[in-house]
Design a protein around this ligand. Structure first.
Ligand code: URA
Length: 435
């Protein structure tokens, strides 16, 4: 088999066989296929797509690319994992993992780095000084048995195909493809061994799925792959035509997640946490109804159990738990300025991917593989769709470390906003649940 022929086949819109997909994933994982051929294949898949059989086959090959799947049988109870398709300001996992553990649900979470215009949980968590997700399976299992949760990045032998493909897609404009996203997420989730999976599928300009129709199709593909792999799986479709909450950027998002766990953060983030968390608690058989799930979550926050659990998680993974209370220990940008509204009016629309790209402009995202990111930079967005703003009032606070980057990001941010003289509706947070 020659990779050249397979690229041609997909470029011309033909179906790849299971054997051909296995050849590609094995070759790329082992290093016999170079990045440039894989990049061409990814672009061909981006344009020509894959049918359900090809996507399921790709997922299976990726899940087994490191050999065996993770065995979590040493952990008692139903292990639930959660994954987001990615969005701007999506700090849900940082709050949800300790929150669920505080409700008594064991959470085995495997996370990724930033991708395209979206941030990644691992980058965000590295805002805690010395925190690491680079842990081995034994430490992952020990943490879950000791404190009820753990977050790890892909080890070398767990789904290595996704690790390599994820980094390559990030820098070759091949992220926004339904089969590539579905296989990337579900291969990791299957390999990571959890019994049940809750997927957060974001829909809108700040997500890879730009509308609800695509978000629903992706949800159905992933829930079906989960079912075929013998896992209980639910997808929640959420709004991404504006950032979730206010903070966009690594350490700023960590602070907003912590504030929400302390009961005084973003009401939008709280609502998403309650919706996703309730689904996790139901799949994990910790409650039977949504109402019961919501009250468990409210109690974990009001009693301080959820934030205590985050302190435990940070300490267990090598970080400084004092940073949960003393935010000066987190990375902080040198320049903090307001972005003033150029006019009066209602916010009609936000190009949310562009807001994500402002953080890249500030140095908070990657342009080439494995580049370090500036964890301190970002935005605190003050005005969202449906809000009224006066001329000169702050639309957002910008955090940066170079005057030039701040100036460029400010312009980019203002270009992402559309104003209207007539009132516009606030956006609805939850768009649907696919079971
Ligand atoms: N999250 C992933 O893990 N993979 C994708 O492709 C997109 C979001």
């Amino acid at each position: 088999m020659r990779m050249n022929d397979l690229i041609t086949k997909k470029r011309d819109g033909k179906e790849l066989t299971d054997e051909e997909i296995a050849f590609i994933i094995e070759g790329y994982t082992k290093g016999s296929l170079p990045d440039y051929q894989m990049a061409a294949m990814l672009m061909a898949i981006y344009f020509k797509g894959m049918n359900d059989r090809e996507t399921t086959s790709l997922t299976r090959c990726m899940a087994y690319s490191g050999g065996e799947l993770l065995d979590l049988s040493e952990i008692k109870g139903i292990k639930v994992d959660k994954h987001s398709t990615g969005g701007v300001g999506d700090k849900t996992s940082i709050a949800l993992v300790p929150l669920m553990a505080a409700c008594g649900l064991p959470v085995a979470k495997m996370s990724g780095r930033g991708l395209g215009f979206t941030g990644g949980t691992i980058d965000k968590l590295e805002s805690f000084p010395s925190f690491t997700t680079d842990i081995d399976t034994a430490s992952f299992i020990r943490n879950i048995n000791n404190i009820g949760c753990s977050i790890m990045s892909q080890t070398e032998d767990l789904c290595p195909a996704d690790k390599k493909l994820y980094a390559l897609r990030d820098v070759t404009a091949t992220v926004e493809s339904m089969p590539l996203i579905a296989s990337s997420i579900m291969s990791k989730k299957v390999a990571a061994g959890a019994d049940a999976i809750v997927l957060e599928v974001m829909s809108g300009s700040g997500a890879f799925m730009k509308n609800d129709e695509d978000a629903r199709e992706l949800s159905e593909i992933m829930v079906n792959i989960g079912r075929l792999a013998g896992r209980k799986c639910v997808a929640v479709i959420t709004e991404m035509n504006e950032p979730l909450g206010s903070a966009v950027g690594n350490s700023l998002e960590v602070i907003e997640a912590m504030e929400t766990l302390k009961g005084r953060g973003s009401s939008e983030l709280l609502e998403v946490l309650k919706t996703l968390g309730t689904q996790m608690l139901i799949l994990g058989e910790k409650c039977e109804t949504e109402e019961a799930g919501r009250s468990m979550i409210e109690e974990a926050i009001s009693t301080g159990k959820a934030i205590d659990k985050l302190r435990e998680l940070v300490a267990a993974q090598g970080g400084d738990p004092h940073a949960v209370d003393d935010y000066t220990l987190l990375p902080k940008a040198a320049i903090v300025e307001q972005i003033e509204s150029p006019q009066e009016g209602y916010i009609a629309k936000i190009r949310c991917d562009e807001v994500g790209m402002c953080v890249h402009t500030l140095g908070g995202g990657r342009s080439v593989k494995d580049e370090p990111v500036d964890l301190s930079v970002g935005l605190m967005v003050n005005k969202k769709v449906g809000d009224f703003v006066k001329k000169g009032e702050s639309l957002a606070e910008i955090h940066g470390n170079s005057e030039e980057a701040v100036m460029k990001a400010k312009k980019r941010f203002l270009d992402a906003y559309t104003f209207s003289d007539t009132p516009t509706e606030h956006l609805k947070l939850i768009h649907g649940i696919v079971k």
